[in-house]
Design a protein around this ligand. Sequence first.
Ligand SMILES: Cc1cc2nc3c(=O)[nH]c(=O)nc-3n(C[C@H](O)[C@H](O)[C@H](O)COP(=O)(O)O)c2cc1C
Length: 318
Amino acid sequence: MDGIVNRVTRLLGVRYPIVQAPMGWIARAQLASAVSNAGGMGIIETSSGELDIVRDEIRKMRDLTDRPFGVNIAQLFVRDPSIVDFVVGEGVRFVTTSAGDPRQYTATLKAAGLTVFHVVPSLATALKAVAAGVDGLVVEGGEGGGFKNPRDVATMVLLPLVCSKVEVPVIAAGGICDGPSMAAAFALGAEGVQMGSRMVAAAESPVHDNWKQAILAAGETDTVFLNRFSRPGLRALRTARSAALEREEHVGMDVFARAMDLYFGGDMEAAIALAGQVIGRIESIKPVADIIAETMAGYHATVARLATPGASGAAARA
Ligand SMILES: Cc1cc2nc3c(=O)[nH]c(=O)nc-3n(C[C@H](O)[C@H](O)[C@H](O)COP(=O)(O)O)c2cc1C
């Protein structure tokens, strides 16, 4: 499969501009190395806060892949700032920073020679990150899974808006799971895509099969937005528990107290399962290598179809 040469693949040193999202407890060596080995960018999480384990996972990556990989610093969850020195010390080349002020770590990480992309949910944050000196942005639409700005804006609106106002390369996140959605993101100005929900349902994802099956069973309306009038906003799979929480004024982080029982024990009511609207489009559990190969094939087919006079939308569905 042809690779893509653009600013994102050059900066990240990857064949395909497909980034696996950082996800607490999930984005660890088993999943991330599969992504890097398939030509994409595997990312190790830090949002679990389990920094000793995360350190081991970063080291494990060296045994599992000789390809580039990155680390996410989820600023909201950083209790021990030494993680920044550790990431620098481990020779990681690519970092995404998220859930915090882009001015906090960018200068330190850049001075150490790392490539830094900041995750942004709005134009104002995008401009702030660019002013802080980041190399690029992950522009994350509100339909995506995970922690969200309560003033959520869909990828279809946010992505072209930000791309029209900044010069730095942009990776699109939120709602992307295949070639046509990747091509759409590129049409709107992105040079890379990040997939979260699609990767939760990958064969190499470590979550319990009940979570993967719940994704396959879910429709596009089967997510809830928690903390609409509070913080942090969260988009999660609709379950009896999350649907009840949707009406609460404030949902605290104690909702994750039994997260391990959900993530790895399969009790879908033990906590909440972060997920994006795109779960409505995910119909099978596949190995990461197939997800990436099929996404690239679908991307090239979509671009070719759009260049064909008189092409109909039906081809996209074929
Ligand atoms: C289970 C889960 C956990 C996530 N945890 C993080 C995180 O730790 N840090 C972060 O920057 N984003 C996190 N996100 C957001 C993803 O990075 C990504 O941007 C989002 O999932 C993209 O939307 P999609 O789900 O439509 O692919 C998480 C998303 C999910 C589904």
